[in-house]
Design a protein around this ligand. Structure first.
Ligand code: FEO
Length: 391
């Protein structure tokens, strides 16, 4: 996408990554992503807000060239992660007069990760402003969304919040502006689930602080720009709230159909109790889908066969992730099957120590489910339904 004017003297100069399908060698990107960089021209000074992934630095440079930017005074760095900071070195080389503007924590990270020279960096404090003449940038520190150094930049005259990763979505779209809120809702929720969810309490505090600003536009570092900020602000309030939904998530693996049958019975019984159930066959699901389901669910039931005395490695991987994402689950249980023994239950229980959950009666059976095992699963469904009455 070529340069786009957002408002007079404010431009999107980033890059769309249509083909990227994996982030951090971990996070699936089914719809690609974008690295949003913004150029602001004041009457006297010009500032670039964030750069792009190093693989796309040529696109950023072409965009600046198209705009005829021969002098750059400031390069505002909201976040040190390489998908936004990776093109800083080439920008500083091509614009030798430009100063990086960032906070102390980010400065240290830029020096460590990108070998930026300290004398190229101007350090700002929370709430500091920087005038470009006619355009004033205010810096709002927002640590832990998802790194410790992140800040947001607010353009006072135009009331635009450049929110960095916060409110972002991994979406490659030709339209710069959000034009399909329901599509963006799911992409932004996936992004929140995979990246922001462990920092829910910090984000709640940042949302409170943002209430004091008049925000007409939110321009994040990934995905489209929000012309109706309340759409994404209210979605974030919903996701970060303490409320959970009458939902059960069941990540599972089945090797010889025993666990599959257990999951089927439990799913049916939960549905009979009016509970929304999302079973995820971990051989097929993408972990972003699982993470999204964990944003709202009240209960997780982990279902695994026994492999070499422990849980199946794909279940271990999913449980590790679920534990690291710290969803606001209230209840958990473990179901599964074994051939001749093992400690799968103990292994999984030890892995979910981050989750502030009450553990409900596990159902661990030998071989294929029998009549008494069906009864145990029906009892577990009833126990979950009882607990969910008090949500
Ligand atoms: Fe989009 Fe934390 O980088």
């Amino acid at each position: 996408m070529a340069v786009k004017e957002i408002k007079k003297d404010i431009y999107w100069v980033g890059a769309i990554d249509w083909d990227r399908r994996l982030f951090d060698e971990l996070i699936p990107l089914p719809e690609g992503t974008s690295y949003n960089s913004y150029l602001i021209k004041g009457q006297e000074k010009t500032a670039l807000i964030d750069t792009v992934d190093p693989t796309k630095e040529d696109v950023l440079l072409d965009n600046l060239d198209d705009l005829g930017i021969e002098q750059l005074d400031y390069l505002v760095v909201n976040h040190a992660e390489q998908d936004h900071s990776g093109a800083i070195p080439i920008i500083l080389e091509l614009y030798p007069e430009a100063k990086v503007v960032t906070n102390e924590k980010c400065k240290k990270m830029l020096i460590e990760h990108l070998l930026i020279k300290e004398d190229r960096i101007l350090t700002v404090h929370d709430s500091d402003t920087l005038s470009l003449e006619g355009k004033t940038l205010q810096f709002i520190f927002a640590p832990w969304v998802h790194w410790p150094e992140t800040m947001l930049t607010y353009l006072e005259e135009d009331k635009i919040l450049f929110s960095c990763d916060l409110f972002g979505a991994h979406l490659a779209e030709s339209n710069l502006w959000v034009d399909n809120e329901s599509k963006v809702y799911f992409a932004a929720k996936r992004y929140y689930a995979e990246i922001m969810m462990p920092f829910r309490s910090n984000i709640k505090k940042h949302l409170e602080r943002l209430k004091k600003l008049e925000i007409k536009t939110i321009a994040p570092s990934h995905g489209q720009i929000y012309p109706r900020p309340e759409f994404i602000l209210s979605a974030y309030r919903e996701w970060t709230s303490d409320e959970v939904k009458n939902e059960v998530v069941i990540p599972y693996i089945s090797m010889h159909d025993s666990v599959k049958e257990m999951v089927y019975i439990l799913t049916e019984e939960l549905m009979k109790n009016g509970i929304t159930v999302q079973p995820f066959n971990l051989t097929r699901t993408d972990i972003g889908e699982l993470a999204m389901a964990l944003v709202d669910a009240a209960t997780i039931v982990i279902a695994s066969p026994t492999v070499l005395t422990g849980a199946h490695p794909q279940v271990v991987s999913a449980v590790y992730l679920a534990n690291a994402l710290r969803p606001k689950l209230r209840y958990a249980s473990i179901i599964g099957s074994y051939g001749w023994g093992g400690k799968m239950l103990q292994d999984i229980t030890a892995m979910i120590n981050n989750l502030k959950v009450e553990i409900l009666s596990p159902v661990i059976i030998k071989g294929y489910p029998k009549e008494e095992d069906y009864d145990s699963l029906i009892r577990l469904a009833g126990e979950i339904a009882e607990k969910h009455k008090n949500l």
